[in-house]
Ligand binder design. Structure first.
Ligand SMILES: *[C@@H]1O[C@H](CO)[C@@H](O)[C@H](O)[C@H]1NC(C)=O
Ligand SMILES: *[C@@H]1O[C@H](CO)[C@@H](O)[C@H](O)[C@H]1NC(C)=O
Length: 257
């Protein structure tokens, strides 16, 4: 099966508002960050409690760590072009608001310094996405057309990611960047509502929404590669930004230093 997928994620807004370089000449880790030592036997316990102590701050964002406000997370625009046979769609989502990120369960957070490996598993019981959308194309042979507001609710989404870093030198210091990144996710349920489909034709619009909600499982498999790519791009950009701003010794010092 020939399958083509294109995605353009405009993260410009995220980058501009929150990933801007913090004030001051050289970047210093914020003092509220609990420092963990890479050669400590308690590294993973420490990493977990460091993550947990950051959680309350995630809601408003942590500009020092290039983390945008997470509750809600706002993305100015997401464009998706998909041509996978069953789904042929051009879609644009504007003013995307994602709520529910702050309510999550961390399953694991593992750092393996000898492999520069970082792994994370997290579940979000409920994520709500609201945005303005514009869609044109075909889903399973049916024409799909609309623009208006849309809402999507995702239940029990579990995301697991594994990143392998590599070292490089910058201004005499060792920094990391992502060499390999793997992301996977599972969803328990999806509910969506697209207003104003087919130029406001209520009967057609309802039929399409019912169809989407009845078939979300197979449809979500169709968009999985696109979603994975989006998640990978977002994670890679954010983590590399952090790694670029702080040296490896700043982020994860050695006890021997
Ligand atoms: C971490 O949690 C995720 C999600 O539950 C799981 O898929 C992954 O295998 C776990 N990783 C480890 C190292 O336990
Ligand atoms: C989500 O997970 C919780 C806890 O495991 C469970 O009680 C709930 O029924 C799940 N929701 C869905 C929609 O599967």
């Amino acid at each position: 099966m020939e399958s083509k997928i294109f995605i353009t994620l405009l993260l410009v807004g995220l980058a501009a508002q929150s990933l801007a370089k913090p004030k001051g000449k050289s970047s210093k880790l914020p003092e509220f960050l609990k420092v963990c030592y890479r050669d400590s036997p308690d590294l993973n316990t420490c990493a977990r409690s460091s993550f947990e102590s950051l959680e309350p701050r995630l809601m408003n964002g942590i500009p020092e760590l290039y983390i945008p406000p997470m509750e809600p997370l706002r993305v100015p625009e997401i464009k998706m072009d998909q041509d996978s046979g069953a789904i042929y769609l051009h879609s644009v989502y504007k003013n995307v608001k994602i709520s529910g990120i702050s309510k999550h369960t961390l399953h694991n957070l593992t750092i393996v310094p000898s492999q520069l490996k970082f792994a994370l598993g997290i579940t979000f019981p409920k994520l709500k996405l609201e945005s303005q959308y514009s869609i044109k194309g075909k889903i399973m042979m049916m024409p799909m057309l609309g623009d208006g507001n849309c809402k999507v609710e995702l239940s029990n989404i579990t995301v697991a990611t594994e990143m392998i870093g590599e070292e490089y030198k910058k201004d005499g210091a060792t920094h990391l960047k992502i060499k390999e990144i793997k992301v996977k996710y599972e969803l328990a349920d999806v509910h969506m509502q697209l207003d104003n489909l087919f130029n406001g034709d209520k009967a057609l619009g309802k039929r399409m929404n019912d169809f989407l909600n009845e078939n979300w499982r197979s449809l979500s498999e169709e968009v999985r590669p696109l979603m994975i790519k989006a998640l990978v791009d977002i994670l890679r950009a954010s983590v590399d930004k952090l790694f670029d701003a702080f040296s490896y010794d700043d982020l994860l010092p050695s006890m021997k230093m």
